[in-house]
Write a protein that binds this ligand. Structure first.
Ligand code: NAD
Length: 417
């Protein structure tokens, strides 16, 4: 399917293209156009104290080639230039052969904390390993049905300022769900037996968002003929700044998450869990960039990314929010692993786009050009015609500020009187 010029089309025609490509149905198209897709009564059951629903733009980036398969990637984000950056990077990646990606099995870790147990707790737990494992398995039937289940348990002891703490850790294969509720259920269900064995006080029973056993990786070799040698050098210098300076590294990783979070939201995933996993992983062994860039023997730019990605194609809010289901459908991943691979590729693409823009033209110009329409609205422009006129004049002046937008708009109003 040829998506060239997609960004220039009106919304209706973009939807028609998605329909033609078999990504959405006529029903989905209605839901996407309908500002009332998430019904008030559904929203009211999702969280407490609901007083409305909050909208964000839902965009797509066609032409993401990952492991030879072409994806249309849904993104929900309010920040200008994230979608355009992804689209640009996806295009140059595609012209360079696309992304390769892989992901670990979907193993999540749950933790049970018991404070001040009887002495010899670790030995007692070891003696009862099979019994504890069997109890945990009783609560894992939900995922066993889908080929997952409890895989391993571990015991460790930690000295704290409030005494001895025993941690029992559960490795759970959660297949295509994010897994938090499932892991928590297993840990909570096993806690009374563990306490019976070692005494002490049962405290926290919760998964760890550092999904260290559930990492996704992606790689792309951007050909120097495609992006130009200057871009290769620019990206490499920008990467060195992140690798050697924590202030830049924070923003470097934020840029990666611009892409990953946008897909997480569009697919109904828990983006706070994804953020927590990414940053705690980045902090392991000293806070470091989640990507790596280097030159291959032919002078091409190689980019790699690795990070934990606890995301699902079913479960949680995905089953409740109709827009999340459409996001999942557009992306079309057959498993949570496949989804995480595409998300890793999007993170790498986003990072490449940011480094290229920052190292070459500077982010403000490109960013502010895209932001010009928002500035026009802030300045008071309402109709499409007014917004376009203010945007055009701002572009001509090269000054992208609220003050300038206001000045232009006021001038226009005076001129029309
Ligand atoms: P869930 O509880 O909605 O679904 C779990 C069930 O889905 C499983 O028991 C299984 O029976 C079923 N299922 C259907 N198809 C499946 C498949 N293909 N593979 C595996 N299971 C399948 O979802 P969940 O993923 O356990 O929990 C996710 C939710 O938990 C998210 O909404 C998240 O925000 C929330 N949460 C997060 C945290 C945290 O991150 N710290 C803590 C608590 C809750």
């Amino acid at each position: 399917m040829d998506f060239s010029g997609f960004y220039k089309l009106p919304v209706k025609d973009r939807l028609a293209k998605l329909r033609e490509a078999g990504k959405i149905s006529a029903e989905d198209e209605k839901v996407l156009l309908d500002g009332d897709a998430l019904k008030m009564e559904v929203a009211d059951r999702m969280v407490e104290n609901v007083v409305g629903r909050f909208h964000l733009p839902f965009a797509v980036v066609p032409g993401f080639v990952v492991n030879g398969k072409e994806y249309v990637v849904p993104m929900v984000v309010e920040e200008p230039s994230v979608v355009a950056g992804s689209a640009n990077a996806a295009k140059s990646a595609r012209e360079s052969g696309g992304f390769t990606a892989d992901a670990d099995e979907p193993i999540m870790v749950g933790q049970l904390q018991i404070m001040n147990p009887k002495s010899g707790a670790l030995a007692k737990l070891e003696e009862n390993r099979e019994k504890i494992f069997a109890k945990g398995k009783e609560f894992a039937v939900g995922v066993e049905r889908y080929g997952g289940g409890l895989k391993e348990i571990r015991f460790r002891e930690v000295k704290t300022s409030r005494g001895k703490m025993v941690l029992i850790e559960f490795d759970v294969d959660v297949r295509d769900i994010m897994g938090a509720n499932t892991v928590n259920t297993i840990v909570e269900g096993t806690a009374p037996l563990a306490q019976e064995i070692i005494g002490g006080t049962v405290r926290l029973r919760i998964l760890s968002n550092l999904a260290i056993k559930r990492k996704a990786r992606a790689k792309c070799t951007w050909k120097k003929e495609v992006i130009g040698e200057a871009a290769v050098e620019g990206v490499l210098d920008g990467y060195e700044m992140a690798a050697n300076d924590v202030y830049r590294c924070s923003t470097h990783n934020k840029g990666i998450m611009n892409g990953i979070d946008a897909v997480a939201v569009a697919t109904g995933n828990d983006w706070r869990a994804v953020e927590a996993g990414a940053h705690s992983f980045a902090a392991m062994g000293g806070y470091h960039p989640l990507t790596k860039f280097y030159k291959d023997a032919n002078g091409n730019l190689v980019g790699e990314i690795e990070l934990p990605l606890a995301v699902g194609t079913v479960g949680g809010a995905i089953n409740i929010n109709p827009l999340a289901q459409i996001g999942q459908k557009i992306l079309g991943a057959k498993s949570a692993r496949e989804l995480s691979m595409v998300m890793a590729a999007v993170g790498l693409a986003q990072n490449f786009a940011a480094l290229r823009a920052l190292g070459m033209e500077g982010i403000s110009q490109g960013h502010m050009k895209l932001h010009a329409k928002n500035l026009a609205v802030i300045a008071g422009a309402h109709t499409f015609e007014e917004i376009d006129k203010v945007t055009e004049k701002m572009k001509a002046s090269g000054v992208y500020t609220v003050e300038n937008a206001k000045k232009i708009f006021e001038g226009m109003k005076r001129g029309s009187k």
